[in-house]
Design a protein around this ligand. Sequence first.
Ligand code: GLA
Length: 707
Amino acid sequence: MDTKFYQLKGTHSQLLIHVGDVAEIVYYGQALSNDVQDADALAALLRPIPYGRLDDDIPVSLNPQLARGNFGSPGVEGHRNGRHWAPEFIIQAVHHSEQQLCIESQDDRAQLRLSVTVQIDAHDVLQMHQTLTNIGESGYSVTRLANTMTLPERAGEVLSYYGRWVKEFQQTRTTLSAGGFIQENRRGRTSHEHYPALMVGPCGFAEETGEVWGAHLAWSGNHRMRVDVKADGRRVLQAEALYLPGETYLAAHASLTTPTLYMGYSAAGLNGMSQQFHRHVRQDILQQRVSKPRPVHLNTWEGIYFGHDPNYIMAMATEAADIGVERFIIDDGWFRGRDDDTSSLGDWFIDEGKYPQGLRPVIDHVHGLGMEFGLWFEPEMVNPHSDLYRRCPDWVLGVDGYQPPTGRHQYTLDLQNPAVFDYLYERLDHFLSTYPIDYIKWDMNREIVQPGHDGMASGVEQVRAYYALLDKLVLAHPQVEIESCAAGGGRIDYEVLKRTHRFWTSDNNDALERQQIQKGFSYFFPPEVMGSHIGATRSHSTRRTHSMSLRGISAIFGHMGLELDPVQASSEEKAAFRQYVTLHKQWRSLLHNGITCRLTLDDHQQQGLAVLSDDQSQALVMVAQLGMSTYSLAGRLRIPGLDPARDYHIELIDAPPELHEIVNRQPSWTREPLTLSGEWLAKAGIAMPLLDPETAILIEIRQAECH
Ligand code: GLA
């Protein structure tokens, strides 16, 4: 095999892949403006071979192989009845186009074929997947198939996620040292705990500065993400679906494909990385599937829980429309026997006790008010206390002889059973065909234990069957928008977003907690797919009480909604809801199409976000004071990303009513708008006002008229 260098170029980044005996990424960083001769590249990159190791240089390939002397985590692990456990793949063909490289290789002895595809788009987002095919006549058991990337040795720190229900997308930094970093998720869904992504770079990478490589595995099941520091200092990133014992058995001629690993490189810090991912999500994942402005929601859950009375719900809808709501969603509690969370999941028939005339009058009322109508489902689940379970107890995912633990009093249905799949499709299709439903909230409220199908582990197939059910439904009802919710943020990833339109980010509507959660979410997702609702004054998740202004400002920066009962709201509260809904609508086009910049603030108790228009003519800026400020002054607010040469009006458009109390003086711009250049705003900044803990301000920036 000749040796050759292949380039994959985005707009600002590029990869250089050396293909010799194996394919190895030898460069992934800023785009190089000049091409290099292969011979020069080879001479420049040839590694020394130290004593005390194997006699040859061992590249870390796109699929590291034990047989070739890779002592780190291999790309393929498996066996054929105990044999062929260390395949050695010989490259057969390389297909290269400007933005894609596909490498086909084979091991004739092990009778395995491997195909690795890497592509990069104009937004600098890289995608990789690998397919392993059993070309033998007997079965091959795969235990691992990992997407593998090499990163430069200067990568010294990982920014990763942790969390839990009502506290998703928390972040933590880990120094990369011997042993590296590993994260595993075995909860059967994307999970609240281990969002499948990480960011890595030289120590100290920040929002506006530093090099950073971001990685996200688009998969809604078990996964493993790893960044290894090899004994020789090389850095290896792996992202893979985590397979349970025996579940990935390849029959003769069968194949297995990894989920897609998405990566982005930015030399302009985390903001640069996020902006690339946001563009990719908008253009390649959402693909114009949402072409109209995203309607403001009212979701009934925290307003009425299971207490459904159609007349009352219609009164809620009337109030909602008056506030400016554009889509009204009936949450859990509308179907037969569902009076609390202990029963009836699976019985997808209207509760005629609660809705004697069916859903039609409510839907007509909602539509009559000019709003869209949405309905909640949790298709994958069944309560033991349900007609469905009593009729078909063997429809549950599990292993015969073992009693699966319940979660929220429910079991998971085995979607791989065609009878289950067909039943759920029929029920969902029935509702979408019978009623003019514009939107469904698709929930999934428990983790999966023992995903067994016919006695065998089957977690991967359960996820695939879930995708298939969504795909079938989307095909039949392309006009219906779908929210992915899994007890809030338990199933948020790019693969599910290909089939849905937005996420319910968290069951926690506490605006202070939301600030952190929404920040974590923003690294890989643009604001328009982030469900963010104004909740009750006293949060149902934390029992904290927050001002209208913190709740309103926090909610407008996503796909906004209300999660409360507007009938119970006072006229002052309703006026305030209306004010924030109106504000959101005024800025929605900018927020849902613009450029997100997380701000670097002097007071670490503050968090800030600017969303700028593409043409740099305007921006909406939020600063939240999360806790008591560290110092008695709060430093300066600097806003990057505007045109340095243009002048801008800066105006405070929302602030807590007490802003001017208990301070001798706030900065003058909090009363009088001021005009400054984009350069000044980015470099010198403006004095931050003093803010009480758990408050926020909103600043409008508009290009000054030219005279
Ligand atoms: C989950 C969701 C909530 C709500 C309830 C209903 O917790 O995340 O928003 O829909 O289920 O049971």
